[in-house]
Design a binder for this molecule. Sequence first.
Ligand code: MN9
Length: 297
Amino acid sequence: MNKKLTGIYAALFTPFDKDGRIMYDALQRHAEYLMNKGIEGFYVNGSTGEAFLMRPDERKKALEAVVEAVAGKVTVISHCGAIGTDISLELVKHSAMLPVDAISSVPPFYYGFKKEDIVGYYNDLANASDKPFIVYNIPKFSGVIITPEIMAELRKNPNIQGLKFTHNDFAALEAIRSSDPDLVIYNGFDEMCICGLALGCNGAIGSTYNIIAPLILKLRDCCDDNDFASARELQKKANAYIRLLTLNGKHFSIAKYIISKIEGIDYGFARKPFSPLGKDEIEAAEKVIEMLREDGM
Ligand code: MN9
């Protein structure tokens, strides 16, 4: 197993100004801030990054900005997923020219693609570079389930080395883990991080780790030490944050509000069609900031 691909990674939020333009300097400063907090890697241009609201040229520039800021100090995974194979391949080929540690993609979505379409899509992307490839299983948003059977088929491709498991079917996770000990598996739902780590995930990738990374790093260490009583307490505390961070489904904007306040950088807003924060979400963000200060994070 590639140890450079195991760890706690933040799925980076992308900062957009009031006109929807990306603030690349802010993205770099936030990455630097998180590295100073101990984050072990970044998942760039994923769901959390609002990648599907960005043009390919913007996604390329955002990745270049993060790679420059990281300068090889932590792991970088580049999400290249799009609906069409050709657009995804354009992004894969660009990522492969940069010092990223892995490439990833959600399954093709929207048109109800069949198993052979999904397997063909992943093989096309994984074969387009020599970088390790991470499959991104996120049925809640893609409508596609990467089953243990599909994962076994994908693993016939030696470039396909990992799975980001943003799903709540932990029986399927256990089946994949037990049948494929060399696969790198990341827990994807932050509110269930202890579940994935307890079942043998090699790390976790999450949006809320932009805000609570130190807490999740401690949770991982407790799991590594089989101290699940302490890990449960840390997951309970994390979920108190996550409930506020995801209020009314506005977690992109809530997190950017908090990052701006805590880190002293203008981290902007979510891109349209997301609507601005309302009174309740601002109150939730302010409560998170108060909790972070009380917890010394
Ligand atoms: O995959 C994230 N998924 C999405 C990563 O945002 C779709 C998660 O980190 C969630 O944001 C997190 C809160 O629900 O678990």
